[in-house]
Design a protein around this ligand. Structure first.
Ligand SMILES: [Zn+2]
Length: 188
C-alpha cells in the first residue's frame, strides 16, 4: 500500500470495523511499572487485540481532552494505541479515530517544542520537542493490514507520544529538565 493509499485507509478506518463493543477501562498512572516497559508486538487479527482496540477507543472517548491512549496505560503491555486529534485546535492533517498495532516511526523532521500532558501523569505537563512532520508504519487491528502514512503538526505529536508509550517512555522522559515541567492548571 502506498503512503497516499495508507493515509486514505487510516482516515476511512473506524472502530465499527472491529465488530465488538468497547469497554471503558481504568487508566493506570505513573509510576506503574507497565508504563516503563517496552510493549510486545501483537497479532493485530487476534480476538484479544481486536477487543483491546475497541476498549482503547471507548476509554479515550469518555476521557475529556484525551487525544490518544496506549495499551500499557490500561495495564496491557503490548504495542497498540489509539489516536483521535480531530477536535484539537493545533491539528492540521487529521485521520480521525484510528488504532495502530506494532507502529514505528519511518521518517521524521522539523522539531518543534510544545506543551504535552498525559492521562497517566495527570498532575503535570511538560515542554517536549517533537518532529512536526512524521511518517509512521503500523498494522490495523482486525484486518491486520499494514499501513504507512504521513502527517504533521498536532497529529504527528500525538503519534510520537503514543509510540513512546509502546516503547515504555513517558513525556517526562523527553523533557529537557525539571525547568520544563509544570503543574497542570487546567483539565481540557
Ligand atoms: Zn500519554
Amino acid at each position: 500500500m502506498s503512503p497516499a493509499a495508507g493515509s486514505e485507509r487510516v482516515a476511512a478506518w473506524s472502530e465499527t470495523e472491529l465488530g465488538v463493543e468497547g469497554r471503558v477501562l481504568d487508566v493506570v498512572r505513573a509510576p506503574a511499572g507497565v508504563l516503563s516497559a517496552r510493549g510486545d508486538d501483537v497479532d493485530p487479527t487476534s480476538a484479544d487485540i481486536v477487543q483491546l482496540a475497541a476498549d482503547l477507543v471507548a476509554t479515550m472517548r469518555v476521557s475529556p481532552g484525551c487525544v490518544g491512549l496506549a495499551a500499557n496505560q490500561v495495564g496491557v503491555g503490548v504495542r497498540v494505541f489509539c489516536v483521535d486529534v480531530t477536535e484539537h485546535p493545533k491539528t492540521r492533517t487529521r485521520h480521525g479515530t484510528f488504532v495502530l498495532c506494532n507502529a514505528v516511526v519511518v521518517a521524521s523532521s522539523r522539531n518543534e517544542r510544545a506543551r504535552e500532558g498525559c492521562m497517566s501523569v495527570p498532575d503535570l505537563t511538560g515542554d517536549v520537542k517533537r518532529a512536526s512532520r512524521l511518517t509512521v508504519r503500523g498494522r490495523l487491528p482486525g484486518t491486520g493490514e499494514e499501513v504507512e502514512f504521513s502527517t504533521d503538526a498536532f497529529e504527528a505529536r500525538a503519534l510520537q507520544h503514543e509510540i513512546d508509550h509502546t516503547d515504555g517512555l513517558l513525556f517526562l522522559d523527553r523533557v529537557a529538565g525539571a525547568h520544563a515541567i509544570y503543574p497542570r492548571q487546567t483539565y481540557l
